[in-house]
Design a protein around this ligand. Structure first.
Ligand code: SPD
Length: 284
């Protein structure tokens, strides 16, 4: 990240940089990472962790809707949902828009991310922090899933950062196997799975790993303009059928009119929009 006189704040990635013009409001270190908030001209206030863009007020929906709704709209039940990471509150907010959702565990390792987001990015979480259905746990997500009961959650969502630092453990086989173990047979798993362009290898490895662990797994492609290359992916897994392709009507009715990006039609196209070079690298 570069703070210079012209107030451009950049994420550096493999010889490219991705920047916004704005003012740095906070730049501090927690026990786990560097946490920065900027006020950008284009997208409003934005959060970086270890110099990498995480979210921004006026473009977060391109990420959070795409991670949450394909899973929440297609799981058999919505009694218990788990989010690992997601301390800014955006994914939880999208989940809690589903009136069928009864109970949500939000497990974030870094309480400073939560506190900073509550203070500087209040629109991300909105009213979730006082929602009776939500339980916020400041804990290591890897350890949480290793201790959770078999067949317990209707939806498991992983909303971590890139696979370095505190999020590294959210991309490995043992972690994903535990996610499958704690998922109900008619449940749906979802994770952010990096960019098919700027994180090509991580993306392919992650999708292939999930294809080996879940009976059904498939990536969905969209965009998050502030992330490296802007091109992003989320991968969904299920046990009893590829149910993430079939959003349930009552759930669609519950949320669709207020979504900015997600719709059943968008979702269908986004699952189909797999780049040819990635399709060749994925295991059948
Ligand atoms: N390269 C950044 C990937 C970050 C994904 N998670 C963002 C968290 C938003 N809730």
């Amino acid at each position: 990240m570069n703070k210079n006189t012209t107030n451009w704040i950049d994420e550096y990635h493999k010889g490219s940089r991705y920047g916004l013009e704005g003012q740095i409001l906070i730049d501090k270190r927690s026990r786990f990472q560097r946490i920065t908030i900027i006020d950008s001209k284009r997208y409003g206030k934005a959060l970086l962790l270890n110099g990498c863009w995480m979210t921004a007020e006026r473009q977060e929906k391109t990420y959070h809707e795409c991670l949450a709704h394909p899973a929440l709209c297609s799981a058999g039940d919505l009694k218990r949902v788990l989010i690992i990471g997601g301390g800014d509150g955006g994914t939880a907010r999208e989940c809690l828009r589903h009136s069928a959702l009864e109970y949500l565990d939000l497990v974030e390792i870094d309480e400073v991310v939560v506190e900073t987001s509550q203070k500087y990015l209040p629109t991300l979480g909105g009213s979730i922090w006082n929602d009776q259905r939500m339980n916020l746990a400041i804990e290591d997500g890897v350890s949480w899933v290793s201790k959770a009961k078999n067949d317990y959650y209707d939806v498991v969502i992983v909303d971590g950062s890139d696979p370095v630092g505190p999020a590294k453990g959210l991309f490995n086989k043992e972690f994903f196997e535990n996610c499958r173990r704690i998922l109900k047979t008619n449940g749906v798993f979802a994770t952010q799975s990096e960019s098919p362009e700027s994180f090509h290898e991580v993306h392919v490895e992650t999708v292939n790993l999930l294809k080996n662990i879940f009976e059904y797994a498939q990536p969905l492609y969209g965009w998050v303009p502030i992330y490296p290359s802007g091109w992003w992916s989320w991968t969904f897994g299920a046990i009893d059928s590829p149910r993430f392709h079939n959003p349930i009507n009552s759930r669609i009715q519950d949320i669709a009119s207020k979504c900015e990006i997600w719709s059943p039609r968008w979702q269908k196209g986004a699952f189909e929009a797999i780049p040819a070079c990635i399709e060749r690298e994925l295991e059948k």
